[in-house]
Design a protein around this ligand. Structure first.
Ligand SMILES: [Zn+2]
Length: 420
């Protein structure tokens, strides 16, 4: 029986956690930052040690590849993202990257030779913490992003994604070369922490994701006119915040009547100029909507559109942009069957589940057979420094991933007489 190495797993997780802009306050690793560069160096170095052929695509996703015995065969990719939210934890993303590294380490340790190439991937900007929208690394791989998009996406300092990439030596104009398709990818497998309480509550080891909910993120900008808080009469003001509130207060109620229990969140709101004695001239906020049913999302978006139209008033201008739209996606039934088979083989307690969080896996599912494995999150929490998964639990999930990757790559032990 193959055993993953818990010590090695823990060392990788702890090493990656050190590449943070906020030491002592969790992991803050924004894409193309100096912490990204340091983590990137570590991941490439570890891939090299495992005998993988290391490369970065034009936009900064990292690959480590073990060639297969079959020539020109499509690759089996395993991995996740290595960026974080501000003041996040050590596991969201890295758990999946470390899974890829550990699977490759087990291939090396046990002398396994894949028939189909094995690729370990570490992707950028899944969280969207720097440029908004999210799953950018995988969307670039799937061909959903143009060079113009990368020029338009800006961080809070006004730097575009293209410029940020260039600082690390990448080239947004060459994004086309980052494209992967169903012709050169046989399957994608991701391990991720659950970020919810279900596995822990039921004392289960592994979640086998059947579907990822559909989600959309829109940004609504409300423009008014600033003025002195003391000298501008109430009549005739164009207060952008007062106008925004007329929309904001209606939003949560908008999803309550829906049968499939969609969720809606306004998590980001900027008020300009944000002075106590100045009438706000601009308010920008995001609306995140998720549902297992794309019809529900569309219906809520239409209701929001109507709400914005109804809120129009003199001196106030509203505009709405869509930052992300992803339909609900099914994970591959074949890979789900393999995962179940392997959980049973390893005597692990598992459940099938729906993911309410978006992951790179949902983008890969658009062009290749995709599987997603969850491991328990202590107290169900994530995106905070307290985020935690026991290393023994992570090890179990990685062993399921390993067995599944052996099957997907059709790996065999190198026979001693063919070895040089
Ligand atoms: Zn994540």
């Amino acid at each position: 029986m193959f055993k993953a190495n818990k010590h090695r797993i823990q060392t990788h997780i702890e090493s990656l956690a050190r590449f943070t802009a906020t030491p002592g306050h969790g992991t803050t690793r924004l894409s193309y930052s100096k912490e990204d560069a340091a983590a990137r160096h570590y991941i490439k170095q570890e891939m090299n040690k495992l005998g993988l052929a290391v490369r970065e695509d034009a936009v900064g996703n990292i690959y480590g590849r073990l060639d297969g015995a079959l020539k020109n065969a499509p690759a089996v990719i395993i991995g996740s993202h290595f960026d974080s939210v501000p003041n996040g934890g050590s596991f969201d993303g890295p758990a999946g990257v470390v899974t890829g590294l550990e699977v490759a380490a087990l291939f090396q340790e046990y002398g396994l030779e894949p028939q189909y190439p094995l690729e370990v991937i570490a992707m950028i900007e899944e969280e969207g913490s720097r440029f908004g929208g999210g799953v950018l690394g995988s969307r670039m791989i799937a061909g959903q992003i143009s060079p113009a998009d990368l020029t338009e996406m800006k961080d809070s300092a006004g730097l575009s994604a293209a410029e940020a990439m260039e600082k690390l030596g990448f080239n947004a104009a060459d994004i086309g070369s980052a494209l992967r398709t169903g012709n050169d990818v046989k399957a994608f497998l991701e391990l991720h922490i659950e970020q919810g309480p279900l596995l822990e509550e039921a004392a289960q080891d592994v979640g086998i994701v059947q579907m990822i909910v559909g989600m959309t993120e829109i940004r609504i900008t409300v423009k008014g006119k600033s003025g002195h808080a003391g000298t501008t009469p109430m009549e005739g003001r164009a207060d952008a915040l007062a106008a925004a509130v007329s929309i904001l207060k209606e939003l949560p109620g908008m999803v309550l009547g829906e049968a499939d229990r969609p969720v809606l969140t306004v998590g980001k709101l900027d008020v300009l100029p944000n002075g106590a004695n100045v009438i706000p001239n601009q308010v920008v906020f995001t609306v995140d909507i998720r549902s297992a049913n794309s019809g529900t999302i569309q219906r809520i978006l239409r209701k929001i559109g109507q709400l914005v139209t109804d809120a129009e008033m003199p001196g106030i201008a509203f505009s709405t942009e869509e930052l992300l739209y992803a339909d609900p996606v099914e994970m591959s039934a074949d890979i789900q069957s393999l995962l179940i088979e392997n959980c049973e083989k390893l005597s692990l307690r598992y459940r099938k589940m729906v993911s309410g969080a978006g992951h790179d896996a949902m983008i890969f599912a658009g062009f290749t057979d995709t599987g997603l494995i969850f491991v328990p999150s202590k107290d169900g929490i994530s995106h905070t420094p307290e985020e935690w998964t026991d290393y023994a639990q992570l090890q179990k999930g990685i062993e399921v991933a390993f067995e599944t990757i052996v099957q997907l790559t059709e790996a065999k032990k190198k026979s001693s007489n063919t070895e040089m």
